[in-house]
Ligand binder design. Sequence first.
Ligand SMILES: NC(=O)c1ccc[n+]([C@@H]2O[C@H](COP(=O)([O-])OP(=O)(O)OC[C@H]3O[C@@H](n4cnc5c(N)ncnc54)[C@H](OP(=O)(O)O)[C@@H]3O)[C@@H](O)[C@H]2O)c1
Length: 290
Amino acid sequence: MAETTNTPVAILGLGAMGQALAATLLKAGRTTSVWNRTPGKDADLVAAGALGAATVSDAISVGGPIITVLFDHASVHATLDPVADQLAGRQLINLTTTAPEEARELARWAAEHDIAYLDGGIMAVPPMIGQPGASILYSGSQTVFDTHRETLELLASAEYFGDDAGFASTYDFALLAAMYAMFGGFLHGAAMMRSVGVPAAEFAQRAAAWLTAMTQTLPLQGQAIDAADYTGVFIQPIAFHKAALDAINRASRDAGVTLDFVAPLKNLLDRQVADGHGPLAFERTFEELH
Ligand SMILES: NC(=O)c1ccc[n+]([C@@H]2O[C@H](COP(=O)([O-])OP(=O)(O)OC[C@H]3O[C@@H](n4cnc5c(N)ncnc54)[C@H](OP(=O)(O)O)[C@@H]3O)[C@@H](O)[C@H]2O)c1
């Protein structure tokens, strides 16, 4: 049965993200009970109408779905194991960042306790919650997703990816891996520019425009990888990129910048050229990652 606008929600964990989620639900007029391990973090939320709970038991007694947004997998177990019996027949939405196998373990644990389990990967930072641009990826129980979709859409755009509880987490980490590599590259570039007196904030403007333009090539790169066809060199071949990475290495050394961020990619390109793949497209590097 679909929820109603009166369906209450329990939020367990009032760190930066839990506070943002709870505040957004309250703003939408939803009955929200909140709990945090360390007391006192619910003051603003209670002032905004939240039901402050001293214990996890009290928080979940409000009924409705239970959203965990805790530090890690271990903290989810530390919080829920003691109340597992009370959770029987309930619906759990875990938005704590957990590795795929940890999410699957939580789904098995939930099934053993007759709890319906939906896992979510939050693709947003707290100020984005409830705003356009925030998204949360879900997998696990379709019943939980369908029942509470309206609530989930209040928090961020909500997309469901099937019953493998570890899928959303895999997607989450894949996107984060791409993000961290980009952020690392930005830091490396900023360090190079400092050597010629350009502030990082100024470099950031140009880097943002350049990276935005370059990401337009990603769909074509994806197509080449899926077809495992690296003969259509639509940008430049591996040998070209190896020469560029060699030059970046020399320029970085001259600027007194370490090679921590660029060396791994250079090593991958060196290996492929040594193995005779130099004329193939850059995307062939994907084949070296398994
Ligand atoms: N912040 C972001 O930008 C962001 C973005 C995407 C996803 N997430 C994910 O959202 C989750 C929460 O993030 P956050 O930013 O809110 O983190 P946070 O500000 O560090 O808060 C962590 C929360 O976990 C609780 N906690 C830690 N260990 C616990 C334990 N053993 N038992 C019970 N509670 C415990 C903390 O309670 P105490 O107050 O008692 O320490 C606090 O409520 C994380 O999994 C994070 O990866 C965050």
